[in-house]
Design a protein around this ligand. Structure first.
Ligand SMILES: [Zn+2]
Length: 304
């Protein structure tokens, strides 16, 4: 701090015995404690953020090309979780993908919200597999495809579970944290379950179609958002991926699940430019088809 201070400390030190701890050392200790406190506030709880690295890494996320919709399979240590299931028209695709991969058991199914492009193909998944737990922000919604989803869930389980923010569960050695779920939100998109999957030192953030108000609430909550991979909210619409949110997540990869020549103009130019400015590698299902990302617990790679 300005040039005067060190001189003042120097003078004060000379007046004191060299064996006595000076005021200065207490100040250093206080500053160190304060800085540590600030670090904890800013970074959340870092000691909880990484999971122990597995002996034999086995983790991948398959972002399925379901056109203008969302569907992602998370596979870890022989366990499977399906996040969204595309449109009703994707039912055959979802059923076939699960069969071809030899998946007949899903530990978890997450329907991020009740819109058709997320819930539509889930009944097919529930007919292809047994399921342990099914999460969704609501248990009722006025559409035929949602009713078909609920009845498929009820055939196998005690019913759809509405998770609480702060809930965590394990998929193999990967930890899944529920960061947002607001059944009361006026906009269905903003009811979206937002979840973060932590595998070793890597992490994947799934935001459904959550828009800026949810992103802002997440920033205000102080939850750890920093992630290696961001499944870009709402198919790359400018209603999501605000500058501040992106700045906090700071992903290495951004996956956009989007249909070719869709009528919404997704992904929007401003989102692509924000991602570009942040130096993020953008992966789009309309350009690449299915996208497979593999983590060894330290780094994430695109599978060929
Ligand atoms: Zn959507």
């Amino acid at each position: 701090m300005k040039q005067k201070k060190p001189v003042e400390f120097g003078k004060a030190k000379k007046k004191k015995s060299k064996n006595k701890p000076s005021k200065y050392s207490w100040l250093v200790a206080l500053v160190a404690v304060a800085l540590w406190g600030i670090y904890l506030l800013v970074s959340g709880t870092p000691w909880k953020d990484a999971e122990p690295l597995p002996a034999e890494p086995d983790f991948r996320v398959v972002f399925l090309d379901v056109g203008q919709a969302d569907a992602a399979l998370v596979l870890c240590d022989g366990e499977s979780m399906l996040i969204d299931g595309g449109n009703v028209a994707d039912s055959d695709l979802i059923y076939t993908v699960l069969q071809k991969r030899g998946i007949d058991e899903l530990s978890y199914v997450v329907c991020t919200h009740a819109h058709e492009d997320h819930v539509g193909g889930l009944p097919a998944a529930l007919h292809a597999c047994t399921v342990d737990k099914v999460y969704c922000p609501v248990t009722e919604y006025d559409s035929a495809c949602f009713r078909s989803f609920v009845s498929a869930v009820n055939e196998q389980t005690d019913g759809v579970i509405v998770p609480d923010v702060g809930d965590s569960f394990y998929l193999g050695s990967a930890r899944v944290d529920i960061l947002a779920c607001d059944p009361q939100a006026e906009e269905t998109n903003n009811t979206s379950i937002v979840l973060r999957v932590v595998y070793g030192e890597t992490s994947f953030l799934f935001t459904g179609d959550a828009e800026t108000p949810v992103e802002q609430a997440l920033l205000d909550s102080g939850a750890t958002l920093s992630s290696t991979v961001l499944k870009v909210g709402h198919h790359g619409s400018s209603s999501s991926t605000s500058y501040r949110f992106l700045n906090e997540v700071m992903p290495q990869y951004a996956v956009i699940s989007v249909g070719k020549d869709n009528s919404y103009g997704h992904p929007h130019e401003e989102v692509l430019s924000r991602l570009h400015d942040a130096g993020v590698t953008v992966l789009r299902t309309d350009e690449l088809g299915d996208i497979v990302l593999v983590s060894d617990g330290k780094t994430v790679e695109i599978a060929k």
